[in-house]
Ligand binder design. Structure first.
Ligand code: PAN
Ligand code: ZN
Length: 192
């Protein structure tokens, strides 16, 4: 006998706003939630004194069944910078070493940064429609380098787990900043 939760289900995604319904979980990350992740701590302090902006929001909808649970997530990263560093997600690695993920850039432009625990680094350029596969054991972060909202969908397994510590401690090898109107990558000095 199938249980209620084991029947197929659909939810509706609205491309223009980057929202879907029904929504089961909503998280807002403000500058104060990730203040240590930006290089320019003078700019961070100045921003926080003004109240701190919302960097990004993410919504998720777990599809739970009696056997295996997938999650659909959508993240909306505001355009903006702290000092010269673009707004980005905190970034994490999955707790389980057998858990990949798929990201789909719906709107906006930027980069997906990927990194292994051994320090291998890769950046994927994103424009609307780019779909990236994140293999197991690669930490991931998205950076919005455009002047509008960057919206992306994520599909992963609920059991993957999110470990934020390695990125909180050492960051990614490269930071994405604006210099003379250009988007450039500079090394994070914690890696040199
Ligand atoms: C995504 C992320 C989401 C927010 O759903 O959790 O984009 O980014 P942070 O978790 O780094 O704050 C995902 O990768 N899930 O596994
Ligand atoms: Zn993930």
């Amino acid at each position: 006998m199938l249980e209620d939760q084991d029947y197929p289900k659909s939810i509706q995604f609205e491309v223009q706003t980057g929202q879907f319904r029904p929504l089961l979980d909503h998280t807002v990350r403000r500058l104060q939630d990730m203040a240590g992740m930006f290089a320019d701590q003078v700019a961070v302090k100045r921003e926080l004194e003004r109240g701190g902006r919302v960097i990004y929001e993410f919504d998720s909808h777990p599809f739970k069944t009696s056997h295996s649970d997938m999650v659909l997530g959508v993240t909306r990263i505001n355009p903006g910078k702290v000092g010269d560093e673009f707004f980005m997600t905190k970034g994490h690695i999955h707790e389980r070493d057998d858990q990949p993920e798929i990201y789909h850039c719906v709107q906006g432009e930027g980069y997906l940064l990927l990194q292994t625990m051994g320090g291998e680094f890769q950046a994927e350029r994103w424009t609307p429609g780019t779909i990236s596969h994140i293999p197991p054991m690669w930490a991931h972060r998205v950076v919005n380098t455009g002047d509008r909202l960057l919206i992306f969908l994520a599909v992963f397994h609920l059991s993957a787990g999110h470990d934020y510590r390695p990125i909180e401690e050492k960051g990614f090898r490269k930071r994405v900043i604006e210099r003379n109107g250009q988007v450039i990558f500079i090394p994070d000095n914690r890696w040199t």
